[in-house]
Ligand binder design. Structure first.
Ligand code: C5P
Length: 410
């Protein structure tokens, strides 16, 4: 979560809890927010206090919890005004079906609804993380109410699917705390890529030798996934073509899994006509075995070793950068380079050879699998270094640099 501090440091959030088993997840959410540098003012409804105690929430947030509109701790006895003025956002998590109905009606007979009504709407956005049984979620009344609160300006974060506390399975689970953090981060990020379609490749490729063996590399995909996440947070529609990696898909990103370079090439070229930006972070195998054996290659006891012959894989980035949309300025291509030595020289040559406007060098030596990196940006104007930082901060900085270089959205 260290990477989240760039987004949350100095932010002040009001976290409202209404009644629901998901209140236990809100405890973890407070921890994550506080760790990321935010201050969190917790406000609880009476129903929420049936599920988790104000003591827990006070301990985790480091601030007294409020639960009543009558509160002598406030000199003017107006917690609904005092607590709702300085917030950068109000988040209701969990937001119960009943609380949504209260918002629709503009009720103000308890502190949390009162604060939602009394908040300055132009300065303090309201985000809702619903949580309820699947039948309650699917009920037309709830769906009607959700549409109304969205029309009134609230941002409804959506729900998860799966096992519910009641034993049923379906839609209506509150998003996990980490997912809510991602949604909040996206919410607070400037929308530099609004209206853009961004295609990203990430991870290694796997080139089969036979059904059980293959050739791959140490790419973890972390940089590419961080870029996909940052682009989505910046408002882009993002498609991520991923080789075999063990990473969670960033929220809101469309992911296409592939294995081989050829599959990655095919997936990219299927998506490219829609894309305005192509960012190739994948560590694509340059060669593949000329023919993958249909059956496992067996040792025959003779001591003889098999001989592999290779053919060259298509260069996904070069093909994209030399396509008509790229040459006519409708597609902006960004390449990556991982070099063991002479980064500037090799990366500059690669930029020219592949004809990409922007080439990003990993300032190594070995960044595979790590959570940090440093980058060297090379374009026709020269070079620029993004100093050592978390991959997620670097991804945000790179997204801003790319956005700066794009032609205006048509
Ligand atoms: O030629 P090299 O592999 O060093 O180039 C690295 C850059 O080219 C990266 O952006 C990588 O994603 C891309 N690439 C590609 N298809 C290949 C090889 C590399 O898109 N077959």
């Amino acid at each position: 979560m260290r990477a989240m501090t760039e987004v949350f440091a100095g932010k002040h959030l009001v976290l409202g809890l209404s009644g629901g088993v998901a209140c236990y997840k809100s405890a973890q959410l407070v921890r994550l927010l506080v760790q990321a540098g935010a201050t969190v003012q917790v406000v609880m409804t009476e129903a929420a206090e049936q599920f988790i105690t104000p003591v827990t929430m006070q301990a985790l947030s480091g601030r007294p919890v409020y639960g009543s509109q009558w509160d002598a701790r406030e000199p003017n006895n107006m917690p609904h005004i005092n607590l709702s003025r300085e917030a950068d956002a109000m988040l209701i998590a969990p937001c119960s079906a009943d609380f949504i109905a209260r918002l629709v009606q503009g009720r103000s007979d308890e502190l949390l609804s009162l604060m939602c009504l009394a908040r300055p709407m132009d300065r303090v956005p309201l985000l809702l993380a619903p949580a309820m049984n699947r039948e309650m979620w699917a009920h037309p009344a709830t769906q009607r109410n959700l549409a109304q609160v969205a029309a009134d300006g609230a941002l409804v974060l959506g729900v998860g699917t799966g096992d519910q506390a009641c034993g049923e399975v379906g839609d209506g689970r509150m998003l996990e705390p980490e997912e809510i953090m991602e949604e909040l981060a996206a919410f607070f990020t400037p929308k530099l890529l609004q209206g853009r379609q961004v295609l990203v490749t990430a991870g290694p490729t796997f080139e089969a030798i036979d059904p059980v063996r293959g050739i791959t590399n140490h790419s973890s995909g972390k940089m590419g996934f961080a870029i996909a996440r940052a682009a989505r947070e910046a408002g882009a529609q993002v498609t991520l073509v991923a080789g075999p990696v063990h990473l969670r898909t960033p929220r809101g990103v469309q992911r296409i899994d592939v294995q081989s370079a050829q599959q990655m090439f095919d997936a990219v070229h299927q998506q490219l006509p829609q894309a305005g930006v192509f960012i190739a972070t994948a560590a694509v195998a340059d060669w593949r075995p000329a023919k993958a054996s249909d059956q496992k290659i067996k040792k025959d006891g003779s001591g003889q070793t098999p001989t592999l012959t290779f053919v060259e894989n298509p260069d996904i980035l070069a093909a994209a950068a030399q396509s008509e949309p790229a040459r006519s300025g409708r597609l902006y291509c960004v390449g990556f380079a991982a070099e063991s030595h002479d980064l500037l020289q090799h990366a500059s040559a690669k930029r020219l050879r592949k004809q990409v406007p922007l080439l990003v060098g990993n300032i190594g030596p070995a960044t595979f699998g790590r959570d940090d990196n440093a980058l060297l940006l090379i374009d026709e104007a020269g070079t620029q270094e993004l100093p050592h930082a978390s991959k997620s901060l670097l991804a945000r900085q790179l997204v801003a640099e790319i956005a700066r270089r794009l032609p205006p959205v048509r």
